[in-house]
Design a protein around this ligand. Sequence first.
Ligand SMILES: [Fe+2]
Length: 308
Amino acid sequence: MEELLEKMKKYLTMKKKPYVSKVAQDLELQEYEVYGLVELLKRQGYLFDILDGKIVKIKPIKENDVYKIPNNLDHLKLLMISDTHLGSKYDRLDILRYLYDKAEDNNINYILHSGDLTEGLSGRPQQMYELKEASYTGQRDYVIDKYPKSDIPTYLIAGNHDLWWVRECGADICRDIANHREDLHYLGSDCEDLKIGKLKIRMYHGTGGGAYAKSYKLQKYLDSIDISERPHILQTGHIHQAFFMKQGKTHCFQTSCLQDLTPYERSKGLPNDKSVWWVDVYMDNNGNVHSITQELETFDKKLVKKYR
Ligand SMILES: [Fe+2]
């Protein structure tokens, strides 16, 4: 059955809105078996449905300010990334490509991006010399074209750099990009809640300058959430420094950046770690979160070789 589900997932990634009859023919199945496989994928959290006889990709549903994704897996694998600053001369598409290939080979279920997808336009004159793309359409099309394409869904929020475009031209660049890419799901700006099965995740970007200690902003932000409202996973961005702590049931992942140190960061003495979190979440028999483990993978200035 697992083999069949894998085959179905791969097939649905390649085809756009195929008819059930066509899927049945291509995969040598009965139509009722295709309906059954789509139902199984839906229960595992894959966002497919059947409409007018066609299998379509759907967006997660937001209820009471929380995006909900079904899940019946007892082991969820996540990749957490942040602050890709695409469109900057210092962006690291090589690392992103490596990560998406590795995520596919390691059967990662979801990739979470906690903001600053694009470099944006700051209004600081010297920033012009740090940009590959200086216009809204330039940065938007760069991401649509170059962001790795994958059958793993990526959920993302906008960070302060992305939101500079709202000030510049009244446009939400992350929404625009996601509207052109079926594998990228835009949740909203700065702070959004996501529930995968019973796993509660808060994604938060943040604003303002650096902190005296790398743990400071994460700790302060966690303190601001009422204990009864706290998620299992808090993923933050913005600081460009990795840090992990666990308080109560909440595993807090400060996710650093995937961008080399910019002249601006150097002149301000701002930190620049390049890393990502690989996270495993284990559920008990009732689908409740049993345990969460994590591994930090770091990068340096060297170009990363292709994973495959
Ligand atoms: Fe950033």
